[in-house]
Design a protein around this ligand. Structure first.
Ligand code: HEC
Length: 155
């Protein structure tokens, strides 16, 4: 009887721990920011890595537009792939726990949309289609920037 009670206590304790970890994983390391957004708190290196990733996304977006206007579809594919799922390997693993789940979803969706642009360029070689897809992908840029900022841990 006694050991049965003990194991239920253990189950309860473990459930609380798992729930707490799950919660942390879902909400990420955030606090409200005075500009109305959520501040995602990161180490200096993590913040730098993400901002670098952002600048690559901006370069890809401009590169895709420039290449599509010249109907250079090999260049469209090159720029789009630089921001696609393959580039996710450069993202530090520690970030996975700190970013809120919606942010991760938007980030992965954006990478997927860049891959989609590469596939469209390869398949249709239609610059209008490429530009339309880029314009839709860039709604993700707007949506995420509206919600979040990156703040360096002051420690
Ligand atoms: C999943 C969320 C998310 C998405 C999607 C996203 N960004 Fe960002 N981006 C951020 C955050 C957060 C910052 C930091 C903003 C701040 O701290 O004020 C940022 C910053 C930037 C910066 C500034 C980089 C620097 O060096 O300071 C650029 C440029 C940028 N993003 C471009 C883009 C472009 C282009 C896209 C779409 C193709 C995009 N971002 C999509 C979250 C996102």
């Amino acid at each position: 009887m006694k050991s049965c009670k003990l194991s239920w206590t253990l189950v309860a304790v473990l459930t609380v721990i798992v729930a707490a970890l799950g919660y942390k994983f879902t909400v990420g390391n955030v606090k409200p920011s005075d500009d109305g957004r959520q501040a995602v708190i990161l180490s200096k290196d993590e913040r730098n890595a993400l901002l670098l990733e952002m600048r690559v996304w901006l370069q890809s977006s401009q590169g895709i537009l420039a290449a599509a206007s010249e109907k250079d579809f090999d260049a469209v594919i090159k720029f789009a792939k630089a921001s696609g799922m393959q580039a996710e390997a450069d993202t530090p693993g520690s970030l996975f726990r700190k970013l809120p789940v919606e942010m991760k979803a938007l980030g992965f969706d954006t990478r997927g949309k860049f891959d989609d642009i590469a596939a469209e360029a390869a398949k249709s070689k239609d610059s209008n289609q490429v530009i339309t897809k880029l314009s839709v992908a860039m709604n993700n840029c707007i949506a995420c920037h509206e919600m979040y900022r990156f703040v360096e841990d002051s420690k």
